[in-house]
Design a binder for this molecule. Sequence first.
Ligand code: PMP
Length: 395
Amino acid sequence: MEIKFSERAKHVSNTATREILKVTEKPEIISFAGGLPAPELFPVEEIKAACEAVLNESGEQALQYSTTEGYLPLRQAIVDRLAAIGIDTTPDNLLVITGSQQGLDLTGKLFLDEGDIVICESPTYLAAINAFKTYNPKFVEVPMDDEGMIMDALEQTLQANPDAKFIYTIPDFQNPTGRTMNLERRKKIVELANRYNIIIVEDNPYGAVRFAGEALPPVKHFDTEGRVVYLSTFSKIFAPGLRLGWICADETLLEKYVAFKQATDLHTDSFAQRITAKYIELFDLEEHIQKIKAVYLSRREKMMECIDAFFPKQVNHSVPEGGLFIWIELPEQIDTEELFAECLKNNVAFVPGKPFFPNSAKKNTFRLNYSNMPEEKIVEGMKRIGKVLDEAIAS
Ligand code: PMP
């Protein structure tokens, strides 16, 4: 049967990475591949209590349809959190979405016609590439260094692509590299966006998970013309299964997001929104985040110790001050997809770096996740990867 798919559907396929992640879910595998928070830290008992309170106090409303913009007390709680990091906003500038991932899809819907240009970091978040790809754009990659996207290169890119639709950036503990954009560049990117009249999409799921170094204000803090769309989420600080994220943007932009969100799924899960608002009311979310940070810091420490102890000296790695990932760069001739196959035989996994580059197929990199494995498994898994790396570099 010939199925008459849309042009759009023809561009979308089951990604290699999804297949990789499926393999790595087997219980015998020590997986540094996913981007999962530590499940043992989920506040299950507290959420149970919040759930019960919601059902007792407002069960009917919690199970009913609700407004597209989101549950007002939750939006107010988000406004308070944003105020603390230097984003001065109101509930009217917020839309609660089904994970910040939905914000990426809506961003594609809102801005991208076929062939339009998205400017992004090189490498960048794989599922953002996939979300935007649905709309069949072109990606222009801007190189990074340890301080984030390189601004001279961004300016040249803007000059060469005056019709580009938006700049997509993950300034804090970027996925996949764990790198953070420095303060000067945060100011500069806004200045450039103003000068070249372009939207910035700031995807910031990890900013609240800083466990070392000095906190930096988000890019949105420097926004002078309402051109920064800020996306964030409860996934890394609370529970990703609830699928709660938000968009903070200027009214004109937000109105469009609300319209598209409504057409997509009417509204975000009312029950999940009320549970989260109730949790924030009854318990101390900040204290919970402190616990997450302490665990991730010691897991990152352990993983970096293991890099020093077990990986060959030719390996370069990022030093994340928060978030979930370390980025590994190997000598150029090494293909990490081949190493991945070898590692799987040894029941250990990472994500090869190639799919994080939308155009340039850099094959000598990979991403390690440290949030989801206890320290003894980090040591064992890193030893096994180290052995595979030693053999690859020696051959
Ligand atoms: N953006 C980035 C950079 C991410 O790493 C993730 C999660 N892995 C997301 C967005 C989506 O997160 P969620 O939909 O759970 O909020």
